[in-house]
Ligand binder design. Structure first.
Ligand code: ADP
Length: 270
């Protein structure tokens, strides 16, 4: 469904050039949760930003559902971007808007009618477990709640793809797990493909079925989670596997291993 083909990107700053991505190729199947892992500065954000062309690659193609995004006009690209949700480390909520109005924003920009906005936003707030926070402002929310609002907003236009840029890096381990569980539910129940970048192996282990390892702008390895974990030869992978950046409390980890129940989205305590 998503083919990243031979992407390179060089940044130019103060007469200096820096090659952030060097000939990276990656295919993502519909319904996958793909984790892109690498150290800080490896090129992960640049890679994810090239998918919806927030960063235009110097060379290569981004083919999504058969369309080469690098060939689209800016109007066509703007339409395509509506179907790709983004979630960021620091939530990027508008502090002057309530929870409801933050989630409603993409719909307002799309000139959706008031009644439909009401229906949709209430449905989204239910999905993320924040029905009772609709009239609160971001400043009164916890980090996990803010990220839930950002996730609801990212889902407003019924995206087929979610791009998560270090979505849990600003959260404590327990909140991280509740947000990862929400992402897993969204993937399973709404069928949304997720591309997630992180520098934490535990995040990858908790939700991803495929992994790509980026180092110094290059794709070092890709495969299923078990293939990557069993690749003990690769020094970068070994460093991540042995890393202790974040440890999941055992009881939360056990809970995560269980299949979610059918029916409603579980409301996770924050
Ligand atoms: P990661 O997400 O893995 O931490 P990034 O993709 O953010 O890495 O950055 C990769 C490299 O590209 C870094 O060295 C960063 O400084 C550089 N870089 C990223 N964006 C820009 C930019 N807009 N201008 C100049 N350099 C940039």
């Amino acid at each position: 469904m998503i083919e990243i083909k031979n992407i390179s990107k060089t940044f130019h700053q103060k007469k200096q050039t820096f090659k952030a991505l060097n000939n990276v190729s990656l295919a993502v199947e519909k319904g996958d949760i793909v984790g892109i892992i690498g150290f800080s500065g490896a090129g992960k954000s640049t890679l994810i930003r090239t998918v919806n062309l927030l960063e235009r690659p110097d060379q290569g193609q981004i083919i999504i559902n058969g369309k080469d995004f690098t060939l689209l006009s800016s109007k066509q690209l703007a339409d395509e971007r509506k179907k790709i949700g983004m979630i960021f480390q620091h939530f990027n909520l508008l502090s002057s808007r309530t929870v409801f109005d933050n989630v409603a924003l993409p719909l307002e920009l799309d000139h959706v009618g008031k009644e439909e906005i009401n229906r949709k936003v209430n449905e989204l707030l239910k999905i993320v477990g924040l029905e009772d926070k609709a009239h609160d402002y971001p400043k009164s929310l916890s980090g996990g709640q803010k990220q839930r609002v950002a996730i609801a907003r990212a889902l407003a236009n019924d995206p087929y793809l979610l791009l998560c840029d270090e979505a849990t890096s600003a959260l404590d381990p327990a909140t991280t797990q509740s947000i990862l569980q929400l992402l897993r539910d969204i993937n399973q129940r709404l069928g949304i493909t997720i591309l997630l970048i992180t520098h934490e192996m535990e995040v990858i282990k908790a939700v991803c079925n495929h992994v790509a390892v980026i180092d110094k702008g290059q794709l070092l390895a890709k495969g299923t989670l078990s293939e990557i974990i069993s690749d003990k030869e690769n020094p970068v992978i070994r460093q991540f596997i042995n890393s202790d950046i974040m440890t999941i409390p055992q009881e939360i980890n056990k809970k995560l291993q269980k299949e979610p129940q059918d029916g409603l989205f579980p409301l996770v305590e924050i």
